[in-house]
Each structure stands twice: as structure tokens, then as C-alpha cells.
Design a protein around this ligand. Structure first.
Ligand code: MG
Length: 315
């Protein structure tokens, strides 16, 4: 039986751009609920400049207060050496660095060229390696960029190779603006195949145009065994207008469950976690499967879905 590993990046990628305050207790509860549901890896937050990403300023507190489940990997996004030191001080199990496959997006997102970004990673990789902590390397805009349009799969392959040779344990090929369709996923997998072993290939999709589940399925059929998702379909990107909504963890789990792909994650547990954070945020989240579960009344906990969707009537 095929098995995949799901990394829920909701507490970080999902919440980092929330316009309003998200109470630290809600973040802690979200991380704990996801781990409890069996999610093997949770991206807890990021150690970035709080002036740039105010929503992540409480990441050290989340790390300190989360009750950790043995076997779960609690990771953190870090932009540079200082962030990496802080993350290790918080006992992050894994670090994540981020580069872009698009030169103009890189300058807009981190105010540095791709080459400058890679140079910043070197000391992070060194430190992580000395502490035996693995590093994931995101490659954003790997399928397209809001400024440059299409990105060549050969560029993705070259940068992926550089990231691996610098010491990354895995490369996370990310469709930051949600433009990819299955044919693009196949093209990128073909291009990176000779460079990145499949078991070190992660894929990260956004459902901006409704293609995330199709892309995830294509990735799984192509041998990818690690996929990112966000509970409820949380997320977006401030520098990529309209890039709302990561692939929803519930949608991915449903796809896998019904297709004979094992994840080890309980769909109802993730749906309950998403419902709880949905109530805190005061709005419905985009996951279709979550909406179906809530409408069927199978999901415990408070939910704004339930109040405004006439839940139960379509049973
Ligand atoms: Mg994302």
C-alpha cells in the first residue's frame, strides 16, 4: 500500500498572514490537536522579524508551551542564522529555510537575490548539521511567479540540486501562487528526478484555482511521499495577490483515504482542529471536505460553519 507523510503547515503558513490577532492559546491548541490527530509533522511557526511578520512574534511562546507528543516533528521556518539559533533554542526538531525559483519574487519577498538567499543558508545548514537537526528547503514560485509568469522546470532542478548539495534534507517544491496543473507537476518531477531523490522531494500546493487536489494526486502517482497541507485550507501570501488557501489537509486526507493511500492521520481529528481555529478566526475556511463534514454534523467542537450553513439539512 502506498503511504505518504503529511506535513501540516497551517500554524505557520496558514496563520502568518492573518489580518487580526490570533491568541497564542488558539495556536497552541491547534498544534496540539493536529499532533493528536496523528499528523507526523507540524510547522509550528517562524522565527522571522516580528516587524515583518507580526503574527509569528509569539512563536517562541508556542514552542515553549505546546505539550509535545513523542514521534511528532515540530518544525520552524527560519530566514537566517539568527532565526536558526532562536529556533534551536526553542528545541525545534527541524528547520525550514526558504528560497525562490523566481528572481523578482525573491527580491520582493526577502529583498535579496536568489544567490544572496542561498548564501544566507550556508551558516544555517552548518549550525543545523552540527546539532543534527534536519533542514527543509522551500523553493517558492516553482510553478510560476506573479511577476515573471512561468518558471522553467530546469531552473527548479538546478536550484533544487544546489539546495541539496548545501545540506538540505529535503526540497519543498512549492506552487506559491496556485497556478500549477497536473501536467506542470509531471514536468517538474521529470526535471528534478535526476537531481532530487523522490524520498527527499516535498510538494506544496495552493488551491487558488481549484487544482491542488489534482496536483497532489499527480505528485503521489509520480512517487512523491511527502506533501504539505494546511488544516481547513488556511493561508495565503501577502506578496502574491490572490494566492489564497493552501491545499486543505482534510481534502488531501479524504483523497488518500478513498484511494488506498495511507497517511496515519485521522481526518475527523484534523477537521475538529480546523473547526476550532475557524471559530477563533470568525470565518469559514475553504476546505471542501471540512464543509462536507460539518454539514453532515460529524465534526465536534465550535464552528462558524455550523451557524451559517444550515448544517444537517442536507443529510
Ligand atoms: Mg503555502
Amino acid at each position: 500500500m502506498t503511504a505518504i507523510r503529511v506535513c501540516d503547515v497551517g500554524p505557520r503558513d496558514g496563520l502568518q498572514n492573518e489580518p487580526g490577532e490570533v491568541p497564542v492559546e488558539a495556536k497552541i491548541a491547534l498544534v496540539e490537536a493536529l499532533a493528536e490527530a496523528g499528523v507526523p509533522e507540524v510547522e509550528v511557526g517562524s522565527f522571522v522579524d516580528p516587524r515583518r511578520v507580526p503574527r509569528m512574534a509569539d512563536t517562541p511562546e508556542v514552542f515553549r508551551r505546546v505539550r509535545r507528543r513523542s514521534g511528532t516533528v515540530y518544525s520552524a521556518l527560519v530566514p537566517n542564522l539568527r532565526g536558526a539559533e532562536a529556533a534551536l533554542e526553542s528545541s525545534a526538531d527541524k528547520l525550514a529555510v526558504f528560497a525562490s525559483a523566481s528572481e523578482s519574487f525573491s527580491r520582493r519577498n526577502v529583498n535579496a537575490s536568489i544567490a544572496e538567499t542561498l548564501a544566507r543558508f550556508a551558516p544555517v545548514m552548518e549550525l543545523a548539521s552540527s546539532r543534527r537537526v534536519p533542514v527543509r528547503a522551500y523553493l517558492s514560485c516553482a510553478f510560476g511567479c506573479p511577476d515573471e509568469g512561468a518558471i522553467s522546470p530546469s531552473v527548479v532542478a538546478r536550484l533544487s540540486g544546489e539546495l541539496l548539495s548545501m545540506g538540505a534534507a529535503e526540497v519543498d517544491v512549492s506552487d506559491t501562487i496556485g497556478v500549477a496543473v497536473p501536467r506542470d507537476v509531471e514536468a517538474v518531477l521529470d526535471a528534478i528526478g535526476p537531481v532530487v531523490p523522490r524520498e527527499r522531494t516535498v510538494m506544496h500546493f495552493h488551491d487558488t484555482r481549484g487544482t491542488a487536489v489534482a496536483n497532489a494526486w499527480t505528485a503521489i502517482r509520480g512517487g512523491v511521499t511527502i506533501l504539505d497541507a494546511c488544516c481547513g485550507g488556511l493561508g495565503g501570501c501577502p506578496f502574491a495577490p490572490g494566492a489564497t488557501g493552501n491545499l486543505a489537509t482534510e481534502d488531501l486526507l479524504y483523497l488518500c483515504e478513498r484511494s488506498g493511500v495511507s497517511t496515519g492521520v485521522r481526518l475527523d481529528g484534523v477537521a475538529a482542529a480546523a473547526s476550532a481555529i475557524s471559530a477563533v478566526l470568525g470565518r469559514r475556511l475553504p476546505s471542501r471536505v471540512l464543509a462536507a463534514i460539518v454539514a453532515a454534523g460529524d465534526c465536534g467542537g465550535p464552528s462558524v460553519h455550523r451557524q451559517d450553513s444550515g448544517a444537517g439539512s442536507s443529510r
